[in-house]
Design a binder for this molecule. Sequence first.
Ligand SMILES: Nc1ncnc2c1ncn2[C@@H]1O[C@H](COP(=O)(O)OP(=O)(O)OP(=O)(O)O)[C@@H](O)[C@H]1O
Length: 292
Amino acid sequence: MDKPSYLFILNPNSGTSTGKNALFTSQSIERLAKKNNVHAEIIFTESQGHATLLTRDNLDKTNWQAIVAIGGDGTVNEIARSLVLTDTPLGILPMGSGNGLARHLGIPLQLEAALHKLFRGTVHTIDSALLNDIPFFCTAGIGFDAYVGKLFSEQKIRGLATYMNVSFRSYWDYQPQQIKLNGVTQEVFSLTFANAGQYGNNAWVAPQASLQDGQLDICTIRTFPKWYGTSLVYRLFTRQLKDSDYITYHRTTDATIETSAPPLIHYDGEPLQLDVDHFTVKIRPASLKIVL
Ligand SMILES: Nc1ncnc2c1ncn2[C@@H]1O[C@H](COP(=O)(O)OP(=O)(O)OP(=O)(O)O)[C@@H](O)[C@H]1O
């Protein structure tokens, strides 16, 4: 009988300890694949978007047990978007800065433990979502988190410390935005569409979000006094945002958002400047197979 085959797609630009560790990671995968009697093919990405093409081009090459993203939420997004509504499952070896989807799913952050789990895992089905025609799997949003996401993407050093530093510096001058959510005008600090519960780094924006309920959890953070920021951060990291007076949650399958000018958004932490002043989000229930 043929050995089970796994395709690993590694982003050498993800995480805090990038390129220099990529070779070590691929050697460890080869060693552990041999030990577990599975066949492993490993490909390195060469640029942004490359993982999507690699996944698409290799999808039908063999009967993969999984196509495995090695990186963070951006890499997961690029690979998963080519796997949506196919029978090939996604696998995740979290090597990014935030690893929101992996953390939500309880995938170990250590390579060896994550591989051990992957090789013994079973296939589950989870929801994914769309912002206009852009797939996302963890969270998407508009407002402060998109703004910080853009500034963060311009930093040379990644990781939680850089993220917190960028957030803190941009917080003081940040101006909340007027938006229309399903026709209702409101001023928001941020609006998050949560398929999974956290942004990454255990920042739980919607701790109650489920990947299997066929719904998105919308978290609206309204304008609040600047002094309240510390409390908000504390609540974010202790899964207590829902107890705040400035925050509202609701669940939905879809929503429409209108803005006065084309907004900056993020999808799975990747910032994007839209060129239209409105967008929709919608859930795609049970659309992605994943090994857990
Ligand atoms: N070979 C490459 N060279 C440069 N950039 C790449 C390469 N391959 C992928 N990328 C880009 O690297 C970016 C960061 O990847 P990713 O999001 O996986 O890591 P991260 O930002 O460290 O983790 P997280 O999103 O969990 O915080 C993505 O925009 C991705 O498209």
